[in-house]
Write a protein that binds this ligand. Structure first.
Ligand code: FAD
Length: 552
């Protein structure tokens, strides 16, 4: 279990054990590898130097998407694979992934014309094996305007209507991590791998620092995978062999999203649209009573832990919005919050524009045994994990004569995903919501929790049911109190920002909850996890900084 209360004893245990596989990095890539490997029966450890998903995996466009952009580049196999994976991710976790009809408008002189949109989406449907009821349809100009009344009508010819999948990237990551933990993986947040252990030049584990206490541990493992996303080169830099062999490197680009209140940017239909004049396309997506827009794609060389939306990023997106939604007269003062993420991309020669660099993933092997995964997308995490664990299995066979059987994760629900698949999900939610009143919650609250936690919801209900009015002591609604307790005991929530930013997404989409309830949550976390006032003060300042960053 990802239990914050037993984190310290878990770390002590980890330093006394030899694992089959140790993973550096707790983003979606590391989580996916942990799940695949632990399901194969391997003893797995995972360390994450920040909070789970705090790197790129909480800062994406939050789409499990097919490869429309790859179709444009004629990468037929990539389209097929992302289409297939998209359906698998949805089926295994309908509570974290929802279909979202996307509108692709076409204007005179735009990226896509009527013919190319119609044909492209049709080819896409067939390559990606899209379900009959989710296949594209073409809209007339009038139908486009009906759906998006504030869209640019000048030169508008019509639109393509097709399905993408919306996700909560941070929650998808934690649900995959929880499933890996259910299979026995030991995963801890706030633990940094800051060196390797060797025997005869072969990596046999890591030296790790607990970023909360400063304690240093040695964790031994037969195989070590570097899944540190944008930090892949830094981690390889600690391995002498990988450093010497390195031919390829990462290059980083930043992607920014901005969030509006629906009053300021009314939108009920997601739109994928052309920017003004650089040939890029961006998304505007309605979510939780807000509209978010992104992304940018610019080279980035600064602090990877804390990318923020700068004035020029916002200006670019505002320009794009005003180009496609001219009646909005959007300006930066309307931006309610924002986030920025760093793409870890593999450097390729001749790419002058950030957007031209391939989004492909690659696996690099060092003679020290270190296996590094570079690049990749949220969407393809499951398949990517399978490939890496295949390599790990080969390594364990060659060096330790271990026979690791391949198992499929295609039908493996993520944690909370035992809801009868995509078909049974709505029924499941409706039925289970009816139980909420017996725990002192309203039907509506029960519904909200069931949508978010899927088949784990009854555990959350139970925490609501046994508060003994404790929530009143912290001046928290019962629902929020139960979520924080669940977060601590099942999702390793330690700091207020773990909860407000990554487990609930409230920082971006429900900022008033953060402002109204942060004191109660800070107190509840401190009381339950018994940290001192200095730590509480530091974590409160980190939340202050996160709030400021979204408003910069
Ligand atoms: P990360 O999530 O960054 O995880 C790596 C982790 O390693 C980090 O949490 C870091 O703290 C940790 N780490 C680093 N060094 C150490 C160390 N020494 N010890 C311990 N831990 C360490 N993909 C999609 O499929 N759909 C999208 O809509 C989409 N949109 C995107 C939009 C943007 C703006 C960006 C930037 C990316 C987007 N992507 C999208 C891509 C996707 O988000 C990333 O490919 C994916 O999240 C990468 O996951 P990861 O686990 O490899 O890296």
């Amino acid at each position: 279990m990802l239990n914050a209360l037993t984190r310290k004893s878990q770390l002590d245990h980890m330093s006394k054990f030899e694992y089959d596989l140790l993973i550096i990095g707790g983003g979606i890539t590391g989580a996916g590898i942990a799940l695949d490997a632990s399901k194969r029966g391997l003893n797995v450890a995972l360390v994450e130097m920040q909070d789970f998903s705090q790197g790129t995996s909480s800062r994406s466009t939050k789409l499990i998407h097919g490869g429309l952009r790859y179709l444009k580049q004629m990468q037929v196999n990539v389209v097929k694979e992302t289409g297939r994976e998209r359906a698998i991710v949805y089926e295994n976790g309908p509570h974290v992934t929802t279909p979202e009809w996307m509108l692709l408008p076409f204007h005179k002189g735009g990226t896509f014309g009527e013919f190319t949109t119609s044909l492209g989406l049709k080819v896409y449907d067939s390559l990606a094996g899209v379900d009959k009821n989710e296949r594209r349809n073409m809209l007339t100009k009038k139908e486009v305007i009906e759906r998006v009344p504030n869209i640019k009508t000048d030169g508008l010819k019509g639109g393509g209507h097709y399905v993408e999948y919306k996700t909560d990237d941070a929650r998808l990551t934690i649900e995959v991590m929880k499933k890996a933990a259910a299979y026995g993986a030991d995963a801890v947040n706030y633990v940094k791998a800051d060196g390797f252990l060797y025997e005869n030049g072969i990596v046999t584990g890591i030296s790790a620092k607990d970023m909360l206490s400063g304690d240093v541990y040695q964790i031994k493992s037969k195989a070590v995978v570097n899944a540190s996303g944008p930090w892949v080169d830094e981690v390889r830099g600690n391995d002498v062999a990988a450093k010497q062999q390195t031919k390829k490197h990462l290059v980083h680009t930043k992607g920014v999203h901005i969030v509006f209140k629906q009053e300021d940017f009314p939108l009920t239909q997601a739109v994928y649209f052309d920017t003004k004049d650089d040939g890029r396309m961006i998304f505007a997506i309605p979510r939780a009573g807000k509209t978010y827009v992104g992304t940018t794609d610019t080279f980035y060389g600064e602090d990877k832990s804390n990318p923020t939306a700068e004035a020029e990023d916002k200006a670019y997106l505002i320009d794009a919005i005003n180009f496609m939604f001219p009646t909005l007269n959007a300006d930066v003062s309307m931006i309610e919050s924002s986030w920025a993420g760093i793409r870890p991309l593999i450097q390729s020669s001749g790419s002058k524009n950030a957007s031209d660099i391939s989004r492909k993933d690659e696996i690099w092997h060092s003679t020290s045994g270190l296996i590094t995964i570079a690049g990749g997308k949220l969407t393809g995490y499951r398949h990517m994990a399978e490939e890496i664990v295949d390599d790990v299995a080969d390594y364990l066979k060659k060096h330790f004569k271990m026979n690791v059987k391949k198992v499929s994760t295609i039908d493996e629900p993520v944690s909370g995903g035992d809801v009868g698949g995509s078909v049974g999900y709505q029924n499941y939610v409706e039925n289970i919501s009816r139980k909420a009143p017996s725990y002192g919650l309203t039907l509506e609250e029960g519904f909200h929790l069931a949508m978010k936690y899927g088949s784990n919801v009854e555990t959350v209900y139970q925490y609501a049911g046994i508060t003994n009015d404790n929530h009143e002591k912290y001046e928290l609604p019962k629902l929020l109190y139960a979520e924080v307790i669940y977060g601590m005991l099942h999702e390793m929530v330690i700091k207020p920002s773990d909860f407000f930013v990554r487990r609930s997404g409230k920082l971006y989409f429900e900022i008033n909850d953060v402002l109204n309830y942060r004191k109660g949550v800070e107190q509840l976390l401190q009381d339950t996890l018994s940290y001192d006032d200095n730590a509480r003060q530091q974590y409160a300042e980190e939340l202050d900084a996160a709030i400021q960053d979204t408003k910069r």
